[in-house]
Design a protein around this ligand. Structure first.
Ligand SMILES: [Ca+2]
Length: 747
């Protein structure tokens, strides 16, 4: 012990020194290792690039300067292409919005995820379906690799106000700012139908909702500021997450119609409003790239720009151009699906490179995952291919085939330079496809405009493409389409003099004696048949195929005509009337009554058997600004005709209303309504100008509208609404006040 204790210090010294050195060395090594690990970790992180996908809506192959447009100025996208790689044969995997976006985010043909449909080509604003939860989105896959993810802009893969599982936050995005679907999907009743609504769109024709995450923050969204606000949001996201790996999916609302540009861009391009909108998008791209440069992220970020489908040609001047390609949005001709594709990653992608091989939005899924150090899922068919070598080393694209679907039907296939069409159909305006046997064959290198069918010259190519199609089809398992089912909405029908409103969510159809009668002034104490009623005939003009728009025309015995345009929406029916007196004498028509029968809605049989007033406790008007159930206090019982009750507003003479008991009470607004039997729904109606509110004995309620007599040649417009909505009185009053601002003003 002692020896060792003597020796030990001596001996021990050496080892101590050694161990100290070793310790220092090993510490240094550890430090080195740590540093190496840290550096490689850091290097690895640096090699895991940020990813930004900028996706335009309905931008055509020919709409950018760098794709040959002669007058639209796109200096930022042109520079992006000049600093990066421009694809000449880049494809969306869908011909319209929803399938295209599903393909981009899943790396799969949309037929695999159920995000395509033969008839309903995209999700509508009442669709209950959405991107299925079992699909793996690029956002989810990158999130699993440590990325922070954001969606700015248009989603169109689910309507979460109908079905919350369709929200982007349920599909891998950490944050969201934008519109749930296309900007034309919430037309107001003021909007003209079809392409007219897009010719010179007015903001008040659209009622689109803007969301931040799950919160509705603006409705109607001010579309003129949308591109700018999206851009600011994208810039903020980049700045706030510059120290993390991030994925930004920036899906613009435009140039999908209706087109809106900001003040700074409106009227500034040589290509009209469409050009203004595209030039603002170009500005936006410039802002995003400049933010990346300023934050020194440009060498750490792959930015890819593309469009979801070709130009919407039926929008005429408001639609874009596919350049030399045939047809546009909605078709499987090249113009429908071949779109601009520009990749940018300074220091990694060779500036000014042009890739002429085939590539697709589906490949972005596989490529971004590869760049993030991940792999595509193995438990399902992934159609996307990895373009990393193509982007970073200029290798030929690994993609040799592309399959062109319209809805769930395979119309065409491409292999290298050859494209075979089994079926062709214009994007819009051609009801049925043309089947081709033998199929049409085009050489896309010699004939990118698909003009010259060469199938008879190349039977072996046709046979080879048929084999490719068969092989591809064998990989496709039919799934239920998500685009079919819709949440309930209202439709209209006409039977004799009855207007019938139907909806799956209504306790039964609502029947309206429309119109029961036009009436003379001074009727309060008059005989109904001999004095009050002015006879009229009613002519059915038209009913739209979807049962949404009904047109009628009344002609009164004194020559007055009243044209009715009645439009059903999801939870309201809108009435627009134009009354005209073409005669040389003043008309006596002072008011008219649409008699709304609510038996079934309130839980009673249609027949009026039973107590004629048993339904009153379900009915309401507003007194002193508050909802008052019937019978209201001071229920009048004396009149020429009993029972029933009429309420006369201040602006109408009390001698000029329905000859039923006239309540001494003055209603505080023009609304009259009733609760459904289960008290879960409200029916309510209002008109402007309005004459009176009326409760009748046929379990009916009226808000009668006022004509006030028409001078010779005079024309008057009258508006009405029926609301059929959840039993939220505050929401009802708020909608009513917005629809009828005149009713709040003193007259
Ligand atoms: Ca689109």
């Amino acid at each position: 012990m002692r020896k060792s204790s003597i020796i030990e210090p001596v001996r021990a010294k050496q080892p101590r020194a050694d161990s100290a050195i070793r310790k220092e060395q090993s510490m240094a090594c550890l430090l080195c290792l740590a540093l190496f690990w840290f550096m490689t970790g850091d290097l690895f992180a640096a090699e895991k690039p940020n990813i930004v996908i900028i996706y335009a809506d309905d931008l055509g192959y020919g709409d950018l300067g760098c794709y040959g447009h002669p007058t639209i100025r796109t200096p930022h996208l042109d520079r992006m292409a000049g600093e990066g790689m421009r694809f000449t044969d880049f494809y969306s995997a869908g011909e319209v919005c929803t399938p295209s976006r599903a393909a981009l985010l899943t790396g799969r043909y949309p037929v695999r995820s159920g995000m395509a449909h033969e008839q309903f080509r995209v999700l509508r604003n009442r669709s209950t379906g959405h991107l299925p939860a079992e699909e793996i989105t690029l956002a989810e896959a990158l999130k699993a690799r440590g990325y922070t993810t954001a969606l700015v802009g248009k989603w169109h893969l689910g309507v979460w106000s109908i079905e919350p599982a369709g929200h982007p936050l349920r599909h891998g995005f950490d944050s969201y700012f934008g519109l749930p679907h296309s900007n034309d999907m919430d037309p107001t009743s003021a909007s003209p139908r079809g392409a007219n609504a897009n010719a010179d769109p007015r903001p008040e024709w659209f009622n689109g909702p803007l969301y931040r995450n799950e919160e509705l923050i603006e409705r109607p969204v001010d579309q003129t500021t949308l591109t700018r606000r999206y851009t600011e949001e994208a810039q903020r996201f980049i700045r706030e997450h510059k120290r993390e790996a991030f994925f930004l999916y920036f899906a613009h609302t435009f140039p999908h119609t209706p087109l809106f540009a900001s003040k700074q861009f409106r009227g500034t391009s040589r290509r009209g409003l469409f050009g203004d909108v595209v030039e603002e998008l170009d500005w936006s791209v410039g802002q995003v790239l400049e933010t990346l440069r300023r934050e020194k992220l440009d060498r750490k970020t792959l930015v890819f720009f593309s469009s979801d489908n070709g130009p919407w040609l039926i929008m005429n001047q408001q639609g874009g151009s596919a350049g030399l390609l045939r047809d546009g949005k909605g078709s499987t001709w090249e113009g429908g699906m071949r779109v601009p594709g520009i990749a940018w990653w300074p220091g990694k992608i060779k500036p000014g490179s042009v890739q002429t091989g085939i590539a697709s939005t589906m490949d972005l899924f596989a490529t971004c995952l590869d760049l993030a150090g991940g792999q595509s899922p193995r438990d399902r068919v992934i159609d996307g291919l990895v373009l990393t070598d193509t982007l970073l080393r200029g290798a030929p694209s690994p993609r040799h085939t592309m399959f062109y679907y319209r809805g769930t039907t395979l119309f065409a296939a491409r292999k290298d330079r050859w494209k075979l069409h089994l079926l062709t159909q214009k994007g819009y305006g051609q009801p049925k496809p043309d089947a081709h046997e033998p199929p049409l064959l085009f050489d896309l290198e010699a004939d990118p405009g698909e003009t010259f069918n060469v199938s008879t010259n190349h039977p072996q190519v046709v046979a080879e493409l048929r084999r490719e199609i068969d092989a591809h089809r064998a990989t496709v398992t039919p799934v239920k389409s998500q685009l079919e089912e819709m949440a309930p909405t209202l439709t209209l029908a006409r039977s004799n003099n009855w207007l019938i409103i139907r909806g799956r969510h209504l306790p039964g159809p609502i029947r309206i004696n429309y119109l029961e009668a036009y009436c003379r002034p001074g009727s309060t104490d008059a005989d109904w048949v001999t004095h009050t009623m002015i006879h009229h005939t009613n002519e059915f003009v038209s009913l739209s195929a979807d049962g949404k728009t009904l047109r009628l025309k009344d002609t009164l015995t004194d020559g007055v005509t009243v044209e009715h345009t009645i439009t059903a929406f999801d939870d309201e029916v809108d009435f627009r009337l134009v009354a005209h007196n073409p005669s040389s004498t003043r008309s006596e028509a002072h008011w008219s009554q649409p008699c709304v029968r609510l038996s079934r809605f309130m839980g009673f049989e249609e027949s009026s058997a039973g107590n004629a007033t048993d339904y009153l406790p379900r009915c309401f008007i507003f007194l002193d600004g508050k909802l008052a159930r019937m019978p209201t206090r001071d229920w009048a019982t004396q009149a020429r005709y009993v029972p029933g009750q009429t309420w006369c507003p201040v602006h109408v003479p009390r001698t000029d209303v329905n000859p039923r008991p006239l309540s001494p009470l003055v209603p505080s607004n023009g609304l009259i309504g009733a609760f459904s039997a289960d008290e879960k729904m409200i029916f309510a109606t209002a008109w402007e100008p309005y004459q009176e509110l009326f409760q009748g004995v046929a379990r009916c309620l009226h808000s009668d509208f006022r004509l006030g007599g028409l001078a010779p040649g005079e024309r008057k417009e009258i508006r009405g609404k029926i609301y059929l909505m959840p039993a939220d009185v505050a929401a009802l009053v708020s909608r009513y006040q917005k629809d009828f601002p005149e009713h709040g003003k003193s007259r």
